[in-house]
Ligand binder design. Sequence first.
Ligand code: KIV
Ligand code: ZN
Length: 599
Amino acid sequence: MLFIIQQEWYRGIGDKLPSLSIEMEVFCYKKEDRMMEGYQKYKRQYFLPPEPCMDWAGKEYIEKAPQWCSVDLRDGNQALIIPMSLDEKIEFFQLLVEVGFKEIEIGFPAASQTEFEFLRKLIDEDLIPEDVTVQVLTQAREHIIRRTFEAVKGAKNAVIHLYNSTSLAQREQVFKKSKEEILNIAVEGAKLLKKLTEEDGGNYRFEYSPESFTGTEVEYALEVCNAVLDIWQPTADNKVIINLPVTVEMSMPHIYAQQIEYMCKHMNYRENVIVSLHPHNDRGCGVADTEMGILAGADRIEGTLFGNGERTGNVDIITLAMNMYAMGIDPELNFTDMPHIVEVYERCTRMQVHMRQPYAGQLVFAAFSGSHQDAIAKGMHYRDAQDPDHWTVPYLPIDPRDVGRVYETDVIRINSQSGKGGIGYMLEEYYGYDLPSDMREQVGYYMKDVSDHEHKELLPNEINDLFQKEYMNVNAPYALNDYHFVRQGDIVTVTMNITYEGKTQFITATGNGRLDAVSNALRDNMNLTFDILDYKEHALSKGSSSRAVSYVKIIDCRKKNQWGVGLHDDIIASSVQALFSAINRAVAQRREAEKEAEA
Ligand code: KIV
Ligand code: ZN
């Protein structure tokens, strides 16, 4: 295309063109068409380490669960519209213990009276199990540290978590302090923790976080952490936790991994330091940050259930743990009753678990699409028949039952997008009807049409009801009242009592089998034109009493294929009923078509 380009026009790539008009072939649009001009004010605020740190990229997966620390009751709680009450905190604490957390940051006791009382209640009423360590957060400020020690007094095991902000932005804009002054805040805080612990005699371990680590020059963060470690002098028996938070996510995950690898490689006392990560999720990459950070050398993870926390939240520990689980690694946490965890979480936090929340949302195992359902149905059969010890079912990253979900309502879901595979699977798995494959297709189209027409999902019991109503033991306009067979050699004679349009009559015919005789009787006496194309029968495997089910396919006078189903205690009765169902369906549809044609 040839355009005359003037100064107020821009190129697709954003350059301003010179003021003179020029003629050139280029894709262009007016300035006011352009979206989101605001991006120009952003700049990258993170810092790369001074040397390449990419060893982590050569590792394939996480081989062992990290040490988990829940910060739901601190970082998660501080981000709630209405923070949890004392009772809610207790209930949530118990949930975390049930899930298997051995380290739980229970609050910032110097920040609020509820937090202080909560910690006191846990200690005074002996509510902390022996193998669980509570963790409390404190800023590196003297009065806050002192108050924290008052709150934690008497705890059997505790981690005192000290932090101060170290990023360039915070140093320049918030604290207006030099690097050295900020380092001193950390060092003075570390000294006070050590002194108060010695005085108190409690069994306390220490954690230090250079808060806003992701906006801190990596070498400087290392310098601060090493200075704190010099004060605390970690040993094999008294390891120190250095927590490197993604306070705000600023980079892609591979940058964070490089920062972590650098810290791990250069940190003093490394063998006596537990390197911890605490990712937030501003760019939606909290899980990726954490996984790459673990590959880069981290030992411990702080996060929350369902990723609750400041702004976009903390990293979701459930996703992390279940990602490991789905790769065949024991996550050392227990999410077998996810619906219960969701229930307690939603009630205590007043937050909602998103329907698509990995491993936990209402819809995360649901397959509506026909091709997905078909693959799942085949995958489940394959697993049952060929590889029961492994889970490789397409479209289902884990077995939903592992997290307390049920196939019946959570997996194959039927709407207008669904297909024969899913509907057939549902009828077979939940109700025992093993439809011939050709019939699955017809029933599939029928159910999809109903769902489309009514604009709603069809639940398994609705599918079953519709199937029975539309296909099974259909007894009008031809009603079968009674029948009697006599066999002489290869010839079978049938006598049937039927009712058609209010008139009851006996009809009879012979055939070379039972169904053949019944067909002949209907053709000869009732002037019906049809042929039987297919037949299948089986015992109904589901339900209390065992019954026989038969499927008959006919081609009718309009050359249309029609299926019918018969269900009866007696296999012969079920097959005759199936034929009547197919004929009655064909007649009903022919009449409908005639009515439409007349209209
Ligand atoms: O996100 C953060 O940096 C924190 C620190 C206090 C660890 O919550
Ligand atoms: Zn945080």
